[in-house]
Design a protein around this ligand. Structure first.
Ligand SMILES: Cc1cc2nc3c(=O)[nH]c(=O)nc-3n(C[C@H](O)[C@H](O)[C@H](O)COP(=O)(O)OP(=O)(O)OC[C@H]3O[C@@H](n4cnc5c(N)ncnc54)[C@H](O)[C@@H]3O)c2cc1C
Length: 499
């Protein structure tokens, strides 16, 4: 189903595609599924791995966004809450209901947040995940036994969704493939092809074989997240940028810092930030930051001050204060925010936009993971009208995603026997288009994010097993280990070789 060689082959077999999508993150993959489910001949090209960009580096929440409610953006919150409910139904293997507690320290906080969260529950309607409620101090500490009780008055409990971003991306890719889409990772688009000023296709290169190809398509969609401007510049060199990237960093620490299955939301730190501490696969994710950055990259680097800021601020709420040496992994992602008038990136809208360029290029960007399906629906609706493809829009609201009826695959590889590791790698190579050691350790499993040191330790064995399955030689193994170490070292604060 996800056989890369067969997918490469189909490029030669199809003289003209209906839809060619550039970018294999949440937005591009969702668009490929929406398009293929409606019967359109669809191809998606991703320059690195599926979800290599922002889509594997989120806080892993499927949520309406309590913060956007605070900002008064009711329409965005309602749209996201509906999508949250649909995702829980369509991907129960990767999305689940999680309890969040907002600790309160002033008399007004409990009623204030409780009223806001009651509205949140109301906006979700029938797709709600459970009622919000006020908690006494004792109840709050029962849910969060490691919360510092100094000055604590109580809390407010509410529900939201938690998911695994990179695994959901693969599940969407597999679903799109079963609907006939061709999806290729490690396949960068290098230029756009135009005939008399109209966009008629793209030039791309198979990064694994070095082979360049030309792809002819009736419609081309730019779904490249923070790289949106680069594609818009391929279309028109003088294009003015529309993306204002904002970096968010997360730290992963041991579950001893938050041992129960409830998350903490700090709605406003002393310096006005929203922070989360969320249990995730026997670890805890702490984050995040919102730092405006000038340059975009596939491997954004966490800044020292971002790491310290998270530790310092969350440390104020926890009984045991996490230190830099407690960090098992740190990861940074770039939000593809669409420029607006706000000075601070935190105040920019999380809504999505669709733009049609004169050449016929469609761009879809902004938004959130939670709303990927709605973004896809909107852009495919738009191309069906303006791109004159004349197809009925598929109803993806109740489309179950691949794996919903299968056992959940492991996220860690630590503690696996060699036979278990071999089996997991085989599944990843044969059905999940896993092509590199990093694809496996970072996105097919989440070992790099769960514990980067263990991931580095396991990389040589993973490389050997993958080489056997993919028919690669020792030089491939050596190169894979080196390039994985290069990526992984940025996931360990104060990295030193053999640390
Ligand atoms: C710190 C942080 C936390 C977040 N937390 C949440 C959360 O908890 N919940 C939530 O709903 N949302 C969250 N988000 C938002 C969400 O992650 C993003 O909105 C979403 O992942 C963006 O997906 P995308 O597909 O548009 O971009 P990306 O995932 O970046 O995908 C774009 C892809 O395009 C590819 N590409 C670029 N150029 C080319 C080319 N020339 N050829 C081929 N491919 C190309 C890139 O390699 C990349 O994979 C968070 C974002 C950040 C940064």
């Amino acid at each position: 189903m996800m056989d890369r060689d067969l997918m490469v082959q189909s490029i030669a077999d199809v003289p003209q595609w209906d839809v060619c999508i550039i970018g294999g993150g949440a937005t591009g993959l969702g668009t490929a599924l929406q398009s293929a489910a409606g019967g359109l001949k669809t191809i998606l090209l991703e320059q690195n791995d599926f979800a290599k960009g922002t889509s594997s580096r989120s806080t892993k929440l499927i949520h309406g966004g309590v913060r956007y409610l605070q900002q008064g953006n009711i329409k965005l919150v309602k749209e996201a809450l509906i999508e949250r409910g649909l995702l829980l139904q369509n991907a129960p293997h990767l999305v689940h209901n999680l309890r969040f507690v907002i600790p309160s320290y002033h008399w007004w906080e409990r009623p204030f947040y409780w009223i806001g969260l009651k509205l949140y529950d109301r906006l979700a309607g029938k797709l709600g995940l459970g009622d919000s409620s006020m908690l006494s101090k004792a109840q709050t500490l029962e849910y969060l036994p490691t919360l510092s009780s100094k000055g604590l008055r109580g809390g407010v409990l509410y529900h939201d969704g938690q998911f695994d971003d990179a695994r959901l991306a693969i599940s969407i890719a597999q679903t799109a493939a079963t609907h006939g889409a061709t999806l290729l990772n490690h396949f960068p688009v290098t230029s756009l092809i135009k005939t008399e000023g109209r966009l008629t296709g793209v030039t791309a290169t198979d990064a694994l074989s070095g082979l360049p190809v030309q792809i002819s398509s009736k419609v081309v969609i730019n779904a490249t997240g923070v790289f949106t401007d680069a594609i818009l510049r391929m279309n028109r060199p003088k294009h003015r940028s529309i993306i204002r990237p904002s970096q968010g960093v997360h730290l992963v620490v041991d579950q001893k810092f938050l041992p129960r299955e409830s998350a903490i939301l700090v709605p406003r730190t002393d310096d006005g930030r929203v922070l989360f501490a969320v249990p995730w696969h026997n670890r805890v994710i702490l984050g995040t930051t919102d730092t405006s950055v000038e340059t975009v990259s596939l491997e954004p680097k966490p800044m020292d001050q971002e790491i310290d800021l998270i530790l310092r601020n969350l440390g104020k709420y926890l009984l045991h204060v996490p230190q830099r040496s407690d960090v098992k992994s740190v990861f940074a992602g770039l939000r593809p925010l669409v420029k607006g008038t706000a000075k601070k990136t935190a105040a920019l809208s999380r809504g999505h936009v669709i733009i049609k360029s004169k050449s016929g290029l469609f761009t879809v960007t902004g938004g959130k993971w939670t709303t990927y399906r709605k973004m896809a629906e909107d852009v495919v609706k738009r191309i069906s009208k303006k791109g004159r493809l004349n197809r009925e829009l598929a109803d993806t609201r109740s489309l179950a995603l691949h794996g919903h009826d299968l056992p959940v695959l492991p996220f860690h590889i630590e503690g696996m026997t060699d036979a278990e590791l071999t089996l997991r790698i085989r599944q990843a190579v044969e059905s999940e288009m896993c092509m590199t050691v990093e694809d496996f350790l970072s996105r097919r499993t989440r070992q790099l994010l769960l514990d980067a040191r263990i991931a580095i330790e396991k990389a040589p064995r993973v490389a050997e097993l993958m080489a056997e399955m993919l028919g690669k030689d020792q030089s491939w193994i050596d190169l894979q280990i080196r390039s994985f170490q290069e990526v992984a070292k940025h996931h360990i604060p104060d990295f030193k070789l053999n640390s």
